[in-house]
Write a protein that binds this ligand. Sequence first.
Ligand code: NAD
Length: 486
Amino acid sequence: MAANTAELPTDLLTDLFIGGKTVPAADGGRFDVLDPSTGAVIASVADGTVEDALAAVDAAADAAAQWAGTSPRGRAEVLRTAFELMTERGEELARLITWENGKALADARGEVAYAAEFFRWYSEEAVRAHGSVLTAPSGANKILVLEQPVGICVLVTPWNFPAAMATRKIGPALAAGCTVVLKPASDTPLTALAMAKILEDAGVPPGVVNVLPARRSGAVVSAMLHDPRVRKLSFTGSTEVGRILLKEAADQVVNSSMELGGNAPFLVFADADMDAALEGAMIAKMRNAGEACTAANRFYVEGSVAEEFGRRLSERMAALHVGPGLDEDNQVGPLVNEDTAAKVDQLVRGAVDAGARAVVGGKRPEREGFYYEPTVLLDVQPGSAILSEEIFGPVAPVVTFTDEAEAIRLANDSEYGLVSYVYTADLARGLRVSEALDSGMVGLNRGLVSDPAAPFGGTKQSGIGREGGHDGMLDYLESKYVAVQW
Ligand code: NAD
């Protein structure tokens, strides 16, 4: 079926963006980008090769000294302009995200606003890469610490937040004075290329930001990580691929940041404000139709309120409008691709076969596109894969607990540790449980934790390092110690 591409912007970039120029792939290869609401092709994008990847590193290397030498204020102003342009072009960008990712337009608009904030935040941080001067404990010497750009960065991003995962890396990298090669996910390269145009229009010099769509991601990223000029890898994606890239990065001892998978527990204590808990649950579960690393993956509810929570959550989930994301009436779009929809279906079937009840949804609707029905599963049995694997879809498994110790034990029983959510009216309990949860972030009476000013990241197999906030900038700086005597 032919896609309706009438609404796609006419100045869409579909080639590689290297050294400030759009260029085809060295071997002429291209790949298709699909509209997840129909499965139809919406664009054909250049498929970067190893040769192109090394050309992108050349461009980043050529631009490095000049960008690092640009004054912090100069870099800040370019980033601030990028924030303003992105905000101005927000609606167009949101529609593009929905075209290639499928998410509901409201989610795409939220993503653009969030993504643009990384440019604003890091425009403000660019002038705050403080070093320090200390007196040695002996009193004999001084310790001078300079903060310098780490060097050329390879940035690899997923499809679920195609704009925000790019700006969360590009913002601090540019603020720190680094040049970058961004390898976006193959499902969503158009947004990344649109971001390259925004950055160019904002005054980013050629070669400072290069964008390399490539379906042969393994070969292309590996080649860049084996180029000794590359000093930094920042990856957001699955734990499985993160492990591969950490091994690849080892050969040249490339400084690596990893934002990996999640399996967020969502705890509801009996004393919680139930309206607030349900509101938070809907946000934590349904933002992006559940395709978020921060998505609530397991709901643990205290026994005495479990029936009420399950019933009211089911009512809310059943009332959601599902359909093409570009239609303003729909709150839930399709999932990104066939594999994702099939995996969600498999996890639900496994849970139901083991004894869970799908009180809402529980299947793929009979329509074209990669949809999954909003689903609530009750009586989910311990040991079901749906409690240990990332669902990445609109499915809420609910399990009951009897006391605080059991809630913490269940929540921490995961190889992941990205984010946890806790709802309770007892602040002391909320803080105590937050401390006991083994995750990099906790939403305490909040269903959304993402904030450009906060350090985002995980423990255990959810990753290494933090993005956002002041910490996010440190990832792109190298401390240089100068021993001085005066
Ligand atoms: P993915 O790991 O399949 O792909 C991520 C990126 O890596 C893509 O650009 C992909 O093309 C590339 N890639 C895949 N195989 C590669 C290889 N062998 N070598 C080099 N690059 C390779 O992940 P995805 O399906 O795009 O995204 C979903 C995953 O991302 C989920 O696990 C989710 O939790 C995670 N995620 C994490 C965060 C976070 O901040 N922790 C944020 C968003 C998404």
